[in-house]
Design a binder for this molecule. Structure first.
Ligand SMILES: [Mn+2]
Length: 373
C-alpha cells in the first residue's frame, strides 16, 4: 500500500514541470523542513522544473504557512505551491493561497486536527483513509519518497537525498523503526562520504574540535536559526557549492552553538527556579526575554527530567509557545479543548506549538490545569 496522494502529488508536479508552470517551495525552518525542501528542490530541478521561489517563515512569523509570506509571493501567482513539514493546520492560509491563485500541495507529518485544509493535495500518513502502515515518517522521509516517485528512472540523486532524510529523521526524534530505520541506517553511512561541501565542512569542524563526529551534535548546529538572513543558515550551508564558504559558515555555526548552549542553560535554571514554588501537573511558564527558538530544547530537557507536559512561551501581545512531553501524553489533544481561544496550534503528541492573544492566556492555562488534574 502506498502513502495516500503521493502519486497524485508527484503527477501534479510532473504536470507543472511539463507545462512550465511556476513552482514555489515553502518549508519549515527547522532541519526537517529544510531537508524536505532541499530534496524536493533537487528532484524538481533534475526534472527541469521552473522553481521561482524557495521560502521559509521568519522566526517572528511563527510556525506554519503565514499570510504575510503569502502576500509577499502573491505576485508569482498563478503557481504551484508545495509546503513541507507544515500546512496541515493552516486552514485559513491555504484558502487564502487558493484565492491568490496558488494550487497547494501539503507534504506534512503533523497530527491532523478535526478537518483538513482545502483545497489542497495532502500527503500525510496520519490522514483518514491512508492505508500506509508506517505513520512515523519525518517530513524529509515523505519528501524522499516523493522524490523517488518523481525520478522513477534515475537513481543517481538518491544518495544525496538519503543523507538529508536520515539527519532530519533523527533531528525530528522520529522512532527509528521500519522505514525510518532503513532511511537512517543507509543515510548515515552516506553522510561521511557526502558530496555536499556543507556536510564535509561540518564533519571537519567537529573532528577538529572533538576528534570525533557525533550526528546529534551536527544536527544541533543545523537547527540553529539565524534571523538576519533570508534563508535559514542550515539551508545555505547544505546547498552551498563552495568549499571555502561552507567551511566559514560551519565554523561560525559552531561558535553560535556554544553561545546557544549558555542561553539554554540560563532559561532552564530560570524555569526550574519558578517550578520549585509550585506543585502542578504541568509546567507552564513564559518570559519576555526568552528566545522562542531555544524554548523547544529547554522544554524537552525539563519534560524528560520531570515527566510532565512542559509549556514554555515568549511573553508578548501575541503569545507564541512550544510544548514538549514524555511518552503517554498527547498535548495536541489537550489543546483541542482550547481550540476557540488559540490562534494556531498543532504538532505531534509530544512536541507541539501554539499561539494566542495575551488576553486569553489565563483561560488557556486554566483549561490545561483542568484537563491534566
Ligand atoms: Mn518535522
Amino acid at each position: 500500500m502506498k502513502i495516500k496522494n503521493l502519486d497524485k502529488a508527484a503527477k501534479r508536479i510532473q504536470k507543472a514541470v511539463k507545462n512550465k508552470e511556476k513552482i514555489i517551495i515553502y518549508g519549515d525552518s527547522d532541519l526537517d523542513g529544510i531537508a524536505s525542501v532541499i530534496i524536493a528542490k533537487e528532484a524538481i530541478i533534475n526534472l527541469k522544473g521552473n522553481i521561482v521561489k524557495i521560502c521559509f517563515p521568519k522566526r517572528e512569523q511563527g510556525y506554519g504557512i503565514n499570510k504575510e509570506s503569502l502576500q509577499g509571493i502573491k505576485k508569482q501567482a498563478p503557481a504551484l505551491l508545495i509546503a513541507f513539514d507544515f500546512g496541515i493546520s493552516n486552514f485559513e492560509e491555504v484558502k487564502l493561497a487558493n484565492e491568490f491563485g496558488f494550487e497547494v500541495i501539503i507534504i506534512d507529518h503533523h497530527q491532523i486536527l478535526d478537518k483538513l485544509p482545502e483545497p489542497a493535495i495532502i500527503v500525510n500518513p496520519k490522514q483518514t483513509g491512508d492505508k500506509y502502515l508506517f505513520k512515523e515518517l519525518a517530513a524529509a522521509g515523505l519528501s524522499y519518497y516523493l522524490a523517488l516517485e518523481l525520478l522513477k528512472n534515475t537513481k543517481s540523486l538518491k544518495n544525496g537525498f538519503l543523507e538529508l532524510a536520515a539527519l532530519a529523521t533523527i533531528s525530528d526524534m522520529m522512532p527509528i523503526e521500519k522505514d525510518n530505520k532503513e532511511i537512517v541506517f543507509q543515510g548515515l553511512d552516506l553522510v561521511y562520504s557526502s558530496w555536499r561541501p556543507g556536510i564535509q565542512a561540518l564533519l571537519k569542524v567537529f573532528e577538529k574540535e572533538y576528534g570525533l563526529v557525533k550526528i546529534n551534535k551536527i544536527n544541533s548546529l543545523l537547527n540553529i536559526r539565524d534571523n538576519t538572513q533570508e534563508y535559514p543558515i542550515a539551508y545555505t550551508l547544505l546547498t552551498c557549492s563552495d568549499k571555502k564558504k561552507a567551511e566559514e559558515i560551519a565554523k561560525d555555526l559552531f561558535k553560535q552553538s556554544v553561545e546557544k548552549k549558555i542561553k539554554i542553560k540560563d532559561i532552564l535554571l530560570d524555569v526550574e527556579e519558578r517550578m520549585e514554588k509550585k506543585s502542578l501537573p504541568i509546567v507552564f511558564e513564559g518570559d519576555k526575554s526568552w528566545e522562542l527558538p531555544l524554548l523547544g530544547t529547554v522544554a524537552s530537557l525539563i519534560a524528560n527530567k520531570h515527566s510532565k507536559p512542559v509549556f514554555l512561551y515568549k511573553d508578548k501581545d501575541k503569545i507564541q509557545g512550544v510544548i514538549r512531553a514524555t511518552q503517554g501524553f498527547d498535548v495536541v489533544k489537550a489543546m483541542k479543548q482550547s481550540a476557540d481561544i488559540l490562534k494556531d496550534y498543532g504538532g505531534h503528541a509530544r512536541a507541539a506549538g501554539f499561539s494566542l492573544d495575551k488576553e486569553n492566556l489565563k483561560k488557556f492555562y486554566n483549561n490545561l490545569i483542568k484537563y491534566y488534574s
